[in-house]
Every structure is written in structure tokens, then in C-alpha cells.
Design a protein around this ligand. Structure first.
Ligand code: MLT
Length: 393
């Protein structure tokens, strides 16, 4: 056909990180068809949905089958009830419901956000970082070099901030390192953004795992953040919605582009143009999750995964590995002595049948690390811990 390929596709690797891991695991299984693998790779939730959430969704589905209850398109910005519940339950009133745009997930919004920005927008990302920030930037046709901000044990995983960036992506607790930024660090980030007219895109997809009350769960816990930050959130990890798909993006009224246009005005235009709202069923599930009694119960899921993280962390520490994260995040970040990430990935697969994620897949500063996910059933984690006892690289 006459259609030319999007040249930006060649600026990203041929396979996204997680399909690449699946492929490597598949190849391993072809050689060892009997292998009893333990998957601590992709961060995908494993515990069943709380039954009251499923119940609410099935009631919604049943009502859609009635004349009185049928509904077609929902409001483009999402259910007002859900917006209100997110504002109250997760932001304790420091964000207005109308500043919340309901979506089908953080990842999808991270991709769509690029529609907001001009072609010569320069971005900076934590290194290591969720690959979606940089890859969707490149796919959107923007091509300035991405400024990588190394986050390593040597700098307490808090980077030197780059004045030349227009946008800084910041994820806390961080995927993949599992490190949550302190209030002081976020204050520094916000002050820097204000001084240099930078926009922060704050990814709070894992915020519900923060246990330490001193650590902020949202960027808006920092005064002034409303002037410089968009925040992306998700139900995936809070409540096991990875397959159901539900998230949101907060765009505060104060945010304005260089020419004075409110960012929220453009975002509203964009989402109503290329997105028709999150599924009504997922939204009804999200409303159920945020009911007071339910929200407390949901926290048991988080606690369960955090306990997994503690068990894994202890096992790696006992083996003498430098180990990070796992306390306020569902990821354990393990430093490999004198091995590349992929060498480590294959060593763990061969010797323990445990699937991990090579740190280098998240950026050059991830080289020499592996990420282990806490999103597994307890029996799998206990089995992993047993196998690790006799592991050596
Ligand atoms: C991860 O494992 O990093 C994430 O769960 C993958 C994703 O959210 O796309």
C-alpha cells in the first residue's frame, strides 16, 4: 500500500519490555517443558476482586439490561460520583472533583498526554523508569533526546534535576526501584519546577503501597504543586483492576501553558476527541472500591502484597544481595554483583525457575539490577523463598 510507516516506530525497541520477557520465558519453557516457573516478572495483580466490588459491577450490568437503567455514552470526563469519591477518599479535598478526568488507566493517559505538548517539548525521566514515558514520547513524533536522571543507591535514588527539560516525569513510589520520595525531596522537585517553569507529570499509580505516614502519597500534598504538576493515578494496583481498566488524571485549574491557555481546557478537548470514557462497569466497580467500609477492606490486598515483598526482601538480604524497595512499594530491587541484568535474569530462571525483570529494561541506570514483583500468591512467594535459600549466582 501507499501508506508510509510511522518513522518513530524505529526509534523504540522492536518489542516492549514485558512481551520481551514473555518471549524469553517461552524459549526457556521450550527447552524445559516441565519447569515449574514462579512469575515475579510483570507487576500484575493476582488476588481476586473483593466480592462486593464484583457484586456492584454485576448489578450495574443487570441494570443496563433494563429500559430504565440503560445508559449509553457516559460523561467524557467520567462519572461525577466517581470523581467526587476520588477527590474525597484519595485526595482528602485538596483536588476538586472537576479537576479529575477518569480514564481507562494510567498507561493509556500517559500515552495520550503527549497530545497536549508542542513538538519541541523536551522531557526528562528518572533512570530507571517505567518505559512507557519515553517510548510514548518518541512514538508521538517528538524527537529531542530524552534527559535521563540517574536514580541510584549513591544518590538515595533522588536525581540531579535538569534545568533544560520542559517536563519532568516522576514516579513515586518508583517503578522499578520501589523507592518512595520523601516530602523534602518532593518539595525540592516542586521548587525546582517553579523556578525553571517546568511541568511535572507525577505518576502515583503505586501510591497506595506507601505505608510510612511521613511519605507523601500524592504530589498535591506539597503546597505549590498545583501550579506545576499533573498527577496520574490508577485502580489497577489499588484494587486489582489491571484487566478491568480504570484510572484518572488530575489537571489542576492553576496549570497554564506558556500562552496562558489552561491545560485542563485542552485536556478536556483531547479526551473528548480521542476517548469516549472508561467503561461504565469499571466505573461502578471504582465507586464501590472507594466506599468507606470497602476501602478499608481493599487495604488488605495491599498489605498482602507488601508482606510478600518483605518475605522476598528478607530472602535476598539473607543471600547477601544489596536490596532496595519492597517496603512502600510492590517491587524489590536487587543489585547483582558483577553481572548484567540479563545475565542475572537467566541465572535466576535457570537455577530457581523464578521470572524477574532485568533492570536494564527500565534504562541504563537499571543495568546490573533485577526487579522482583510482590504481586503473587503467598504460596508462590514462599516457594520462591525456599528456592532462593540454595541460590548462588
Ligand atoms: C509493570 O510491571 O511495570 C507494570 O505493571 C506494567 C504496566 O503497568 O504496564
Amino acid at each position: 500500500m501507499r501508506v508510509k510507516r510511522n518513522p518513530s516506530i524505529s526509534n523504540i525497541s522492536p518489542r516492549y519490555l514485558f512481551p520481551e520477557i514473555q518471549q524469553q520465558t517461552h524459549t526457556f519453557l521450550q527447552r524445559h517443558p516441565q519447569a515449574d516457573l514462579i512469575d515475579l516478572g510483570i507487576g500484575d495483580t493476582t488476588l481476586p476482586l473483593p466480592s462486593f466490588v464484583a457484586q456492584k459491577m454485576s448489578e450495574k450490568a443487570a441494570s443496563l439490561a433494563t429500559t430504565a437503567g440503560y445508559q449509553g455514552y457516559g460523561p467524557p470526563q467520567g462519572s461525577p460520583e466517581l470523581q467526587k469519591k476520588i477527590a474525597e477518599q484519595l485526595y482528602h479535598g485538596c483536588v476538586d472533583p472537576e479537576e479529575i478526568f477518569i480514564s481507562d488507566g494510567a498507561k493509556c493517559d500517559i500515552g495520550r498526554l503527549h497530545y497536549l505538548f508542542g513538538p519541541d517539548t523536551a522531557i526528562a525521566v528518572q533512570d530507571p523508569a517505567y518505559p512507557v514515558y519515553g517510548e510514548t514520547y518518541l512514538l508521538s513524533g517528538k524527537s529531542l533526546p530524552i534527559d535521563l536522571m540517574p536514580c541510584l543507591p549513591e544518590n538515595d535514588f533522588f536525581p540531579t534535576l535538569p534545568p533544560a527539560a520542559d517536563i519532568i516525569y516522576f514516579c513515586s513510589p518508583n517503578n522499578p526501584t520501589g523507592i518512595a520520595a520523601t516530602k523534602k525531596q518532593l518539595e525540592e522537585l516542586i521548587a525546582f519546577a517553579r523556578d525553571h517553569d517546568i511541568l511535572i507529570i507525577f505518576d502515583a499509580a503505586y501510591s497506595c503501597f506507601i505505608q510510612d505516614p511521613q511519605l507523601p502519597q500524592s504530589i498535591y500534598e506539597i503546597e505549590e504543586a498545583r501550579h506545576v504538576a499533573i498527577e496520574v493515578g490508577s485502580f489497577s494496583k489499588i484494587a486489582g483492576f489491571t484487566g478491568l481498566r480504570l484510572g484518572w488524571t488530575v489537571v489542576p485549574k492553576e496549570l497554564r501553558f506558556h500562552d496562558g491557555t489552561p491545560v485542563a481546557q485542552d485536556w478536556k478537548r483531547i479526551v473528548s476527541t480521542c476517548f469516549n470514557g472508561a467503561s461504565l462497569l469499571s466505573q461502578s466497580g471504582g465507586i464501590a472500591v472507594l466506599e468507606d467500609h470497602a476501602f478499608l477492606e481493599i487495604q488488605q490486598l495491599t498489605d498482602y502484597y507488601l508482606k510478600n515483598g518483605m518475605l522476598l526482601k528478607k530472602a535476598f538480604c539473607a543471600l547477601g544481595f544489596e536490596t532496595y524497595g519492597g517496603e512502600n512499594a510492590p517491587y524489590v530491587w536487587v543489585k547483582l554483583p558483577e553481572k548484567t541484568s540479563w545475565q542475572g535474569f537467566h541465572a535466576f530462571l535457570e537455577k530457581t525457575r523464578i521470572v524477574s525483570v532485568p533492570g536494564s529494561g527500565f534504562g541504563p541506570a537499571g543495568e546490573g539490577f533485577l526487579r522482583f514483583s510482590s504481586f503473587a500468591n503467598r504460596s508462590a512467594v514462599e516457594k520462591a523463598v525456599e528456592r532462593l535459600k540454595s541460590f548462588s549466582l
